[in-house]
Design a protein around this ligand. Sequence first.
Ligand SMILES: Cc1ncc(COP(=O)(O)O)c(C=O)c1O
Length: 612
Amino acid sequence: MILPSTTITNPDPYRAPLYEFCLTPHFGRGNGSEKRGNSPGTNHHSPAGIGEVMYSNVLLASGRSTPASANPCGPGGGISERGLSRSPQLISRLPLHHYLSGNRNGGFLSNIPPQQFQEMNMKKKGDKSREETLDPEDWEAMRALGHRIVDDTMDYIRTIRDRPVWQHAPPEVKARFEGPPPAGPERPDEVYREYIQSILPYQVGNSHPRFWGWVAGCGTVMGTYAEMLAASTDAVSGSFAYMSNNYVEMQVVDWCRTLLGFPHGTSGLITSGCSSSTLIGLAVARNTMAGYDVRAEGMHVSGKQMTLYCSDEAHSSVQKAVELLGFGNDALRRVPVNDSLQIDIPALREMIAADRSRGYHPVCIIGAAGTTNTGAIDDLNALADICAEERCWFHVDGAFGAWTAIAPKYRHLVSGMERADSLAFDLHKWMYLAYPIACILVRNAAHHRNAFSLTPTYLAHGEGDRGLTGVDVPWLSDYGFELSRGFLALKAWMTIKEQGTEKYGRLIQQNIDQAHYLENLVQEAPQLELALPVSLNIVNFRYMQPGLTEARLGDLNKLIETELQEQGIAVPSTVSIRGRKYLHVAVTNHRSRREDFELLVREVIRIGNGLA
Ligand SMILES: Cc1ncc(COP(=O)(O)O)c(C=O)c1O
């Protein structure tokens, strides 16, 4: 008999006990003896305040909640010892503070036979023959360290504006990372001290409000917690049934689908970066368009060489994917760009026609929704039309620019993107989430699945509606090349819920507005020269002095970049556009303010004047 799932009513979810830590509502399904629902005393709310409870949840999930002996899921508290019929209610009744306080009297432990309890205690008290674990020897000290880490982390993020954006790691810091692995243990607080001294200060600096050198994300506080939570349960996502992580990932993919304008039925996967997403998208394109079974027969049987098309300005990850997929770099046709650095549509048409006439097989056009150097967005509607006419797959690299679609004032810029067969994009750039997280969407879910689905016998699934291998949601490992995957979706899910998509839309709009603000500042400064009008969130400009050669100007601007970085003022990079070197500012930072761009302009002029 299948029982209905337990319904637990929590008037205030923040104050509710952490019921689901050990138990899903379907736990024990199939056993007719459970009595579901709450009984007197089962709905204790934690006495702690909201912050305390949320924080406690972090710690609880990190495994410091109870001694192993008191853990209802662990030894002595396990189902096998106490019988299936008792455990679900018992666990689900325990309020959060039970786990946190280590309550041994009158709580769960009172149910463990005295002899067994004694044995467990003996093991805890330094019996030399006991088996080892990586869990802390001293849970309380580890808890204190955890509190400190969270406190330090919050202080660091809150005061980040007051720090240098970046500082050069000195040789002695580099030297600290040489040497053999430690054979014996080190104190956890010592390990943390080393992190604070030698690692934290010398990172790239992308969470700083004046980091704009490369298109990068800057992280969120909620995302930081989410990473900790995901790590604390060693959470995986992708395979298995009736488990929440998959539901979360599928919901995040579905949110992306909706926000970016793709239809129901589109499939998708969370990945570690747009490079992975592009590899997956182009693998689906190849297998779908080849006209034969590439998975079975490989690339060498292809009668006609397949060709792909992207602009001269396309990201290097496109070439890497093309090479990895066996097309060969020669098959990737670089189409020249127009004055706005968008793919030249007539040139593209000509190249496809020429290839056809020479017996090649054009299979895919790759459009850019925001190129790395300038933020140029190809004419995506025109590309979609050509794909339809030429029976080509339409892939869009929207690494950061895809998110323009949620900025009310600017979404028209990526019109046509929603017509793509596959769209690769990051959430660790313009959704501001901590590295790594990206996504691939594929319009035709069957094509997507056909490219990757493979089930060895040990992973057989899909029989019945019970257990970790029962029929539930599709196994996401059938939609990409990785089997074991982390729970990357959690930071997206938690942060998007915390902030709401409207705020995200406003922030992306704010960044584009800031780029235009910087563009104006540059235009107003006689010492500065803009490379080209700003089309999205990227500003390229240079310091100028009349009479200097191009080579000298290139060197000078490179030096300005380095000085800005080494003085900790700001991090721009430099790029070459039409053979000239420019300072490059990519605004994908929710912490940047207009005053930061004013400071940048002042400092570029100050340093430039000093060097010229
Ligand atoms: C346009 C574009 N596509 C692809 C990528 C690669 O993305 P990832 O670094 O997430 O793999 C980038 C990275 O900057 C990019 O700017």
